[in-house]
Design a protein around this ligand. Sequence first.
Ligand SMILES: Cc1cc2nc3c(=O)[nH]c(=O)nc-3n(C[C@H](O)[C@H](O)[C@H](O)COP(=O)(O)OP(=O)(O)OC[C@H]3O[C@@H](n4cnc5c(N)ncnc54)[C@H](O)[C@@H]3O)c2cc1C
Length: 324
Amino acid sequence: MNNFSYVNATSLKEATAALGSSWSDAVVLAGGTDLLGLMKDYVMSPARVVNIKSIKELGGISKSGSGLRIGATVTFDELASNPMVRQMFPSITQAVHGVTSPQVRNMGTVGGDLCQRPRCWYFRLGHGVLAMQNGKSLVPDGENKYHAIFSNGNAHFVSASSLGPALVALGAKIKLVSASGSREVDAAKFFVAPQSNEAREIALLPNEILTEITIPAAGKNATYEVRQKDALDWPLATATVSLTMKGNTVSAANIVLGHVGPTPFHAVAAAKALIGKIITAETAMAAGTAAVQGAKPLSQNAYKIQLARVAVKRALLEAAGIKA
Ligand SMILES: Cc1cc2nc3c(=O)[nH]c(=O)nc-3n(C[C@H](O)[C@H](O)[C@H](O)COP(=O)(O)OP(=O)(O)OC[C@H]3O[C@@H](n4cnc5c(N)ncnc54)[C@H](O)[C@@H]3O)c2cc1C
């Protein structure tokens, strides 16, 4: 790890003043569960690290209109045990339950989860976010069993955040604050597929801090995730569904797949297929099949198509309260 200076900020003003115009100037430190590994492996080598965990206003979960506001430094454990989150957004609680490591749940934060870097092993070995070597991505002919089935150009990594797909499906907004002001970004636009090896995979700029998330009230919602085993690992494929019902038929739906593309994948065709329908095992499976239309698996990950399909079906049945 390179030497760095450390700022323990106690206010947002102090924290944003300590950031710079590039990631090599300064980066934010929250729980450190991702950042410290990246620094030890020289994947990120900032000159300054700005701890934001002592900033009170970045914590807490509270009502915001008919929805909720979740502070950036709220931990996974706080999120999982919050009764308002459980009642209004079971899809979030279910997504958090997938993060099984007690240490990560205790230290990892909401902001850190959304800003964590890809787990692509080529990225972690220093080949950049597009995993390039000699002008060519290493992924298509390499070890790609955990990579994207919905790639975007040379972006073959999968967005690592378990919270991301749920927040996109729920229509959440993410607040970003810098020394010169603030802006709000739709969760759907926060995740981006970078087209250069040095670009970031999120809309955050080096001089910004993610301060909070606001989630509007939602109808029935659920997340289903498939992982290799119940262990310390990221999911293989997930689906979050958010449904607006008219009686017992679906009048609007958001279906978002996770860990299948460089950004959470909005399965628009699947959502359309459900409008006016009652959720049954058959309609749920048909939506799952529609969700994976157009998937282009790499040499080792065609198995993810079936996982994503089933994740959609099970998330829909869960949201509708039907036993799979
Ligand atoms: C064994 C293991 C299993 C895991 N399994 C899962 C899983 O199943 N699903 C999943 O989603 N994640 C998983 N993770 C990743 C984990 O969720 C992240 O490491 C954690 O959420 C990062 O949060 P943190 O607070 O520790 O962030 P840090 O490590 O402090 O920061 C991570 C990155 O985010 C930036 N950052 C943090 N907070 C902010 C902010 N408020 N504003 C701007 N930038 C910020 C940092 O600069 C850094 O680049 C796993 C991690 C481990 C070690």
